[in-house]
Design a protein around this ligand. Structure first.
Ligand SMILES: *Cc1c(COP(=O)(O)O)cnc(C)c1O
Length: 373
């Protein structure tokens, strides 16, 4: 079976993890500190604090900005549910806007500007599949309206905007190290940026809010969460980060092969190509369902029969039960809804061969060409 995603963990990293397990110190410790320092160096020296996920990082980033009940946060309807869930969990109202088009799947900044009210406190954009949003436009809007920005960069470690790494500038930038992302710590995440006070607050939010006030005394200025990375996870990350550029270069080569094989009359709608700054966290064309006699489910099953795994990234968020409760409904964000219905994530990971890409393309061509209306 060819899966749609697969982590690449080398033997040296596995041996390193064994050493951490034998060391007697397996929770947050020296490896976490070292991993954060390595991430900070990679991101041009900005402060970086790990969390157990991008989700925890984004939730804590919003809390650190003082965002809560009565506040509004603008975010795209096309992303993973976590992007909006963290806004609700912080106590604020998620204000959805559509994505600008079917190909970049990135937030529509005209709609962002139109959605700003006196209650708006932040924008939470997503670098979709690792394609950066227009950072000039994002920060021009944020500065003009004095809004905070929490970037969902779960898919964008190694992404560059005009040559500059996402996370090396901007406001609070949140990465994910889930196994399906560009690098992994098994589960994990990190927040780049923040003032010294905000960085300290991120440390408190991830560990109960606990402050040591004396040799035998603690205080809890607020009720914190629990999202500190383990040293075992951090050691995995220390083996991954030096290979990130190599992994992403390989992803771009494999994507170039998909584009080459589908340069004439592809049976699918290809995503925006971007430039060499695209991290290609996943490769997700759209199925032209209006012109097919089969459903997406039937396509996925036919691919599975041929030994090929297909993922879904993502159904539109605003139609989920949790968001209908805020008054959102089908029909409001046509691009997000169409992407949600038609998207299929095809295999893409660094250890794939070109022949695997060829097999995915051949299988898709065969299934879809036989199903045309
Ligand atoms: C994976 C993902 C997340 C969540 O990352 P976790 O580390 O699993 O919390 C958030 N947003 C997007 C766009 C993602 O793809």
């Amino acid at each position: 079976m060819l899966p749609f995603a697969r982590p690449t963990i080398d033997e040296e990293t596995i041996q390193g993890v064994v050493e951490v397990l034998r060391s007697g110190w397996i929770a947050s410790g020296p490896n976490v500190k070292e991993f954060e320092a390595a991430l900070s160096r990679y991101l041009g020296g900005r402060p970086v604090r790990t969390q157990t996920s991008a989700t925890a990082g984004m939730e804590h980033a919003l809390l650190v900005c003082g965002i809560g009940p009565g506040d509004e946060v603008i975010t795209p309807a096309m992303s993973f549910a976590a992007t909006a869930n963290v806004i609700v969990r912080a106590g604020a109202r998620p204000v959805f806007v559509d994505v600008a088009d079917l190909d970049t799947r990135n937030i529509d900044f005209d709609q962002v500007e139109a959605a700003i009210t006196p209650r708006t406190r932040a924008i939470l954009p997503v670098h979709f599949a690792g394609l950066p949003v227009d950072m000039d436009r994002l920060y021009a809007i944020a500065n003009k309206h004095k809004l905070r920005v929490v970037e969902d960069a779960a898919l964008a470690i190694g992404t560059r905007w005009r040559g500059k790494l996402i996370g090396s500038f901007g406001d609070l930038v949140c990465f994910s190290f889930h196994p399906n992302k560009n690098i992994t710590t098994i589960e994990g995440g990190a927040v780049s940026g923040g003032s010294p006070e905000e960085v300290r607050a991120l440390e408190l939010h991830r560990f109960h809010g606990q402050v040591k006030t004396g040799v035998d005394e603690f205080d809890y200025p607020f009720a914190g969460g629990k999202a500190n990375l383990s040293d075992v996870a951090a050691r995995v990350g220390l083996g991954q980060l030096p290979r990130l550029e190599e992994f992403n270069a390989r992803r771009r080569q494999l994507v170039a092969r998909y584009f080459e094989l589908w340069k004439d009359n592809p049976p699918v709608r290809l995503p925006a190509r971007g430039d060499d700054g695209h991290s290609w966290s996943f490769f997700a064309p759209l199925l032209p369902l209006d012109h097919l006699r089969i459903t997406r489910r039937q396509y996925i099953e036919a691919m599975a029969e041929r030994g090929i795994g297909v993922g879904i990234h993502y159904p539109a968020i605003h139609t989920f039960t949790a968001y209908r409760k805020f008054g959102y409904r089908e029909g409001q964000f046509p691009n997000a809804e169409r992407i949600g219905r038609e998207t299929v994530t095809l295999p893409l990971f660094p250890t794939m061969e070109f022949s695997d890409v060829d097999a995915v393309v051949a299988a898709t061509n065969e299934i879809l060409r036989g199903a045309r209306r």
